[in-house]
Design a protein around this ligand. Structure first.
Ligand code: ARG
Ligand code: CA
Ligand code: ZN
Length: 249
């Protein structure tokens, strides 16, 4: 229906062996989680926070490629590099990766074997809509944090890493604003928080109120997260409508 955004996705899989050459079913399980989480049809949605929202954004694997030909929405490339830095090399064929499909028309996702920032393992990373380099626009995840089956590993096997990264891609910041009390995420209905929460710290208080540890933009385990807020929905819609290079998504 007219007021639902429908986002075509292309998944660029950079695999090193038959195990991390993940299945179509694993990739589709991630698309399914995105649709459930963004439409708030996730089975673990609760009434704990009344500002929880259906963001009215949906996702599908692209069916037409940039040349107008039928596609599965998945590209596969065998690579020898199993650990990638957050330097966008996976997004450049000149650096062993795969160039994006037109980032104004597709949400590009790159899946790698392992991802590190410096020496620290990370689950995924995203480019914000205000970053203007169209050639690196999109999200990146390691395969063990992508989808809900196959190589997905607990406690990050609920597909919520990609939900979180796509939240960043649409302009959401972490709910603690990446700073202490008083540092904002520019969303008025997410309670102030002083730091990330890990695991499932239900009931944790900071900055004088209960932290929304169930929000996709905290650092809780996948099984703890279950909502975006109305304010986050509105912020994402603002970027979808005005977001420069993304206007035609
Ligand atoms: N650390 C990552 C980021 O800041 C993702 C965190 C995802 N959390 C999760 N429970 N899957 O973008
Ligand atoms: Ca892996
Ligand atoms: Zn994040």
């Amino acid at each position: 229906s007219g007021d639902i955004y429908q986002i075509p996705v292309v998944v660029h899989l950079l695999y090193t062996n038959s195990t991390n050459n993940i299945s179509v079913a694993q990739i589709q399980s991630q698309i399914d989680v995105l649709n459930e989480d963004f439409r708030r049809t996730n089975a673990d949605a609760t009434n704990k926070w009344s500002q929880a929202a259906d963001t009215k954004i949906e996702f599908y694997l692209a069916q037409i490629d940039p040349n107008g030909n039928p596609t599965t929405g998945i590209t596969r490339k065998a690579v020898s590099k199993s650990t990638w830095q957050t330097d966008d090399s996976m997004k450049k064929s000149s650096q062993g990766g795969v160039n994006p499909w037109n980032t104004a028309e597709y949400l590009n996702m790159w899946i790698v074997d392992n991802l590190i920032s410096g020496t620290r393992t990370i689950l995924g990373y995203a480019q914000f809509p205000w970053d203007t380099d169209a050639s690196t626009d999109g999200v990146v995840m390691a395969d063990q944090y992508f989808g809900t089956i196959g190589t997905a590993q607990a406690p990050f096997d609920g597909g919520r890493t990609t939900t979180h990264e796509v939240g960043h891609y649409f302009g959401l910041r972490h709910i603690w604003g990446d700073g202490g009390c008083g540092v904002d995420d520019f969303v008025s209905d997410t309670p102030e928080s002083d730091a990330p929460n890990y695991g499932c710290a239900t009931g944790h208080i900071s900055c004088g109120s209960e932290d929304m540890v169930q929000n996709y933009m905290d650092y809780s385990d996948d099984s703890c997260m279950n909502l975006f807020t109305l304010g986050q929905k509105n912020r994402m819609h603002t970027y979808l409508e005005t977001g420069g290079a993304r206007r035609s998504l």
